[in-house]
Design a protein around this ligand. Structure first.
Ligand SMILES: *Cc1c(COP(=O)(O)O)cnc(C)c1O
Length: 415
């Protein structure tokens, strides 16, 4: 199979191969660190996708909560094409216009003061952790570097973000890692026990995404805010999955009416173009002075123009309000399915357009993804038993209903 798709005479021409040939080549050449089914996607439009055989699918996962504007959104396509024709990359040796406009808009939407840009969620978390440590270093409190994070959390896959991630399946085999105390999510007494004068920050997801779409118990974030304010440690919110409108508000922590010191964003921010951000309040603007942190690609003109188009669409097309309204529709629909199939479904939880249908013990969410794909619905599993819904915010009610109808068929047919 080696190189079979790359016949020299075809190079440079628009290539179009059969799904089978592409899958064979993928299996021969791609690193096998994913569990990809034998499908190759070639095109999308809104919340619909097509594979190389021409089969249509409903996209109810949006590339893991990324494709907020769906696929081939005219505004995003135009912004990327126009920016590509002007300036794609520059490095951070110089300012670029889309990046400045993006920083201004993002700070306004998130009610934060400063933005640092990178290329992924894990990098945004690294920036948050480095800012926290560097802040106390600059203050002469060099022993203050421990982080409190939560069991069942997910913060990314670099060694720093992985050290904060509270799930063995991601960490196993990559140790040693340190500097982080993990306590049960939602357990304020255990947080207080773990607190000490060496704690630089508490890092928390407002809804544990990968962990199974688990919202923080009401009041928990407020208590974390109060404790960190009292002890002088930083409250870092990981809104990589929940942020940029998906919950119905720009940041999910707004539902709890708190303002973090530092927040990490990524996934939805670029609508599919890789970009991450660390935002902080004015108090921490000096923690990472020139030369202490950076990124070659971070905030480049192309990614910034894409993110700016996403934020413009979000505000002008009222997509956050839409996420809240459609989220209620989704909750009602999923709850109705749960009531009709109590043997298979345990509960429905989440917020806005980030929700989960949790299957009963004995079922695995991942085992349902195949049958769903066969009937043309794309979803992801989060945790062992949660089917995660994170559709594009632009999805129509009709497509959402079509998806739920097909899901009910599959759930109902589970033994
Ligand atoms: C996805 C995710 C990350 C990591 O983002 P990458 O872009 O995959 O590096 C970090 N935190 C949370 C909450 C996430 O959902």
């Amino acid at each position: 199979m080696q190189g079979a798709l790359l016949k020299p005479k075809k190079l440079g021409l628009a290539m179009s191969h059969t799904q089978e040939a592409l899958v064979q080549s993928a299996q021969a050449h791609l690193y096998q660190n994913y569990r990809q089914p034998p499908l190759v996607f070639v095109r999308g439009d809104g919340a619909e996708l097509w594979d190389a055989s021409g089969k249509r699918y409903l996209d109810l996962f949006a590339g893991i909560a990324v494709s907020t504007l769906g696929h081939a959104h005219p505004r995003l396509v135009r912004a990327i094409a126009e920016q590509a024709g002007k300036l794609i990359h520059l490095s951070n040796y110089f300012y670029n216009e889309p990046n400045i406009l993006l920083a201004e808009k993002l700070c306004a939407l998130a009610r934060m003061d400063r933005a640092f840009f990178c290329n992924s969620g894990t990098e945004a978390i690294e920036a948050c952790l480095k800012l926290a440590r560097r802040h106390f270093f600059a203050a002469g409190e060099v022993k203050r570097h421990r982080v409190i994070a939560f069991e069942n959390s997910f913060h990314g896959r670099t060694l720093g973000a992985l050290a904060a991630t509270g799930q063995a399946k991601y960490r196993e085999g990559f140790g040693p890692m340190g500097g982080v105390s993990h306590v049960p999510y939602g357990d304020m007494a255990r947080v207080r026990e773990a607190m000490g004068d060496d704690v630089a920050a508490i890092l928390v997801e407002p809804i544990q995404g990968e962990g199974g779409v688990l919202p923080a118990p009401p009041g928990f974030l407020k208590e974390l805010r109060a404790l960190t304010t009292q002890t002088g440690s930083l409250l870092i919110l990981d809104e990589v999955q929940t942020g940029v409108g998906r919950s119905g508000r720009f940041l999910a922590c707004e539902h709890e009416d708190i303002r973090p010191d530092v927040v990490a964003l990524a996934k939805a921010l670029g609508g599919g173009v890789p970009i991450g951000a660390m935002l902080c309040t004015k108090a921490f603007e000096g923690a990472l002075p020139a030369g202490t942190h950076g990124s070659t690609f971070g905030g480049n003109p192309l990614a910034s123009a894409a993110a700016l188009a996403v934020l413009d669409a979000l505000t002008e097309d009222k997509l956050m309000e839409r996420a809240a309204v459609l989220g209620q529709h989704l909750t009602q629909g999923l709850r109705a399915i749960a009531e009709r199939h109590p043997k298979q479904v345990e509960q429905v939880r989440g917020r806005g357009l980030l929700q989960a249908m949790v299957l009963r013990e004995g079922y695995e969410a991942r085992q349902v993804l195949g049958p769903l794909k066969d009937v043309g619905v794309l979803l992801t599993a989060a945790g062992d038993r949660a089917l995660r819904f994170s559709p594009p915010l632009v999805i129509s009610e009709a497509l959402l209903d079509e998806g739920m109808g097909k899901i009910e068929q599959v759930i109902g047919a589970l033994a």
